[in-house]
Design a protein around this ligand. Sequence first.
Ligand SMILES: NC(=O)c1ccc[n+]([C@@H]2O[C@H](COP(=O)([O-])OP(=O)(O)OC[C@H]3O[C@@H](n4cnc5c(N)ncnc54)[C@H](O)[C@@H]3O)[C@@H](O)[C@H]2O)c1
Ligand SMILES: [Zn+2]
Length: 343
Amino acid sequence: MEKLEITSSIGNSTILAGETLQNVVQYMPDKKTAIITDTHVYELYADSFPSADVVIQLQPGESYKTMDSLSLIFDELVAHEFDRSSFILAIGGGIVCDVAGFAASIFMRGIEFGFVSSTLLSQVDASVGGKNGVNFRGYKNMIGNFNLPSFVICDSHMLKTLPQEEILCGMGEVIKHGLIASLPLFEYIEQNTDKIHTDYPDIFTRFVYDSILIKSNVVNADAREQGERRKLNFGHTFGHAFEKIQKIPHGMAVGLGMVIAAKISVRRGLLAQDSAERIECLLEKIGMPTEINLSPEDLFSALKHDKKREGGDIHFVLLTGIGSSIVEKISLSELEKIIYDLY
Ligand SMILES: NC(=O)c1ccc[n+]([C@@H]2O[C@H](COP(=O)([O-])OP(=O)(O)OC[C@H]3O[C@@H](n4cnc5c(N)ncnc54)[C@H](O)[C@@H]3O)[C@@H](O)[C@H]2O)c1
Ligand SMILES: [Zn+2]
């Protein structure tokens, strides 16, 4: 088990990588407690849940990451007479944690909360950074806030029941962390590709710990996403286009976005050609798509609507090597030219 203390301008949090759901009770305050989970996680793990005053089960899926789910939670909390001194424990993936974290942040102007993070994506990405929220009228994460849970348990054993596609989605973000900031993490993934598809909780504890360390360093330097934090968007500018147009799951779409961003880095003389090939090779080896099946017109049109765009420029994350990155402003007109040259 690896412990990491996060201290940032928006608060403090303890992250426990490789700790188990069974031990969560050691970290919980002696308070009236509501557990928030989803029906999948409840079915699989209810026997290991700590005792609580109420267990609230959300329906799984992005279409339930809504204000209605918040209302359902508040109805239960009010019915069970929760107050400012109560505690919320979220047990689940990124959706459960985002919704429960937001509910806890605004119920009675904010009560204490903690997470047991049960998907690879939520362990490596959603567990750090303090972003909570819900979708609104189809707009992702439109309503939310920044607020940190007291603790996050990242239980690698829970990943055994996770569908392979969900593992690959998390791996997209793990590889991203290696590429932007850690050659050793990237090499560790390369050395363990055969274990990603089998039962090795230890490699996942390392993936999670290294990812959290990288993300927390970046977030600590820039909690509100002004400068350094932009590096976490590596692969996401184009990734969002694949996600939106081709309906490819987020982590895999980011994989494709990283392939393009690496190619652009080579074109700008920042990255060696063989490094770009090494990245593509790793993605292929673990079973992530690397073929771009989107026309340059569609790709450029999606970029024009990127919400992180500032006027005519996009802050684009490029690699200067495997494990090092920079953020450069690239104008839309230059990006258009680059996209057409890539085909
Ligand atoms: N707050 C952040 O910084 C942040 C970062 C990244 C993603 N997110 C958000 O996270 C969400 C995606 O997260 P996710 O992929 O974890 O989604 P999710 O919570 O929907 O989980 C994916 C599926 O796996 C199931 N599941 C969860 N744990 C399981 C387990 N151990 N075994 C078997 N099945 C399990 C869930 O029921 C669900 O069906 C998105 O809404 C995204 O916006 C937030
Ligand atoms: Zn992402």
